[in-house]
Design a binder for this molecule. Structure first.
Ligand code: 5GP
Length: 190
């Protein structure tokens, strides 16, 4: 499934940085276009409706907007993992994630009782690059005793290793826009 309106928005408003990073902060992860987010959410809802999920999970902050809209469409709560542990967190679960954008390791955390054994969890994120965020989420969901039943990404950078990492798990997953390459300032979609 490819979402043409997201492709067009990337072409119109995306900015290429350092050859292979895509800056999307005028519509996706800083300033947020709510109409576009709702179209993204509808696509995820159509894709994953049959999975009987009862939670969506994401990581702050880039994933929150599309994940929240998808959660609203599917009528389930959203849990977003935090990158710093607040003093109010009583029983945190932790996982380490290597950040592609910052080139550092960070620890994500989540209050243990927000996701229960037996829950069916869908991961939504803004980008799929090297799959490190996905692996961190997989570890957290595993620790909680729930099942990660699907994953949805707004933008996939297909030349990076995330595609194979997610594919190997065998769970249903999709990306709404798949970028094949960014060469000489040109974005090529698959
Ligand atoms: P991964 O964990 O798959 O290596 O990278 C996914 C995370 O890195 C996403 O949550 C996103 O925040 C960030 N990311 C990866 N590539 C890009 C990019 O080209 N642009 C932006 N803005 N973020 C990216």
């Amino acid at each position: 499934m490819q979402l043409d309106v997201l492709k067009q928005t990337i072409l119109d408003k995306g900015v290429i940085l350092n050859g292979e990073m895509l800056k999307v902060d005028s519509f996706l992860n800083h300033q947020i276009d709510p109409v576009l987010m709702d179209k993204i959410a509808c696509s995820f809802a159509d894709e994953f409706r049959e999975l009987n999920i009862n939670r969506i999970i994401t990581i702050e902050s880039g994933g929150i907007a599309p994940a929240l809209m998808a959660a609203s469409r599917l009528g389930v709560p959203l849990v977003f993992c935090k990158k710093t542990t607040p003093k109010t967190m009583r029983d945190p679960l932790y996982a380490t994630v290597h950040s592609y954008t910052k080139n550092t390791d960070s620890t994500i955390c989540m209050e243990r009782d927000l996701i229960q054994p037996g829950d069916r969890v869908l991961f939504i994120d803004d980008f799929l690059a090297n799959g490190q965020a996905f692996l961190g989420i997989q570890k957290l969901v595993q620790q909680s005793g729930a099942t990660l039943v699907g994953a949805g990404f707004c933008i996939e950078k297909a030349w990076q290793s995330g595609h194979d990492i997610v594919e190997k798990t065998g769970i249903p997953w999709c990306s709404l826009v798949r970028i094949q390459s960014i060469k000489d300032g040109q974005i090529e979609f698959t």
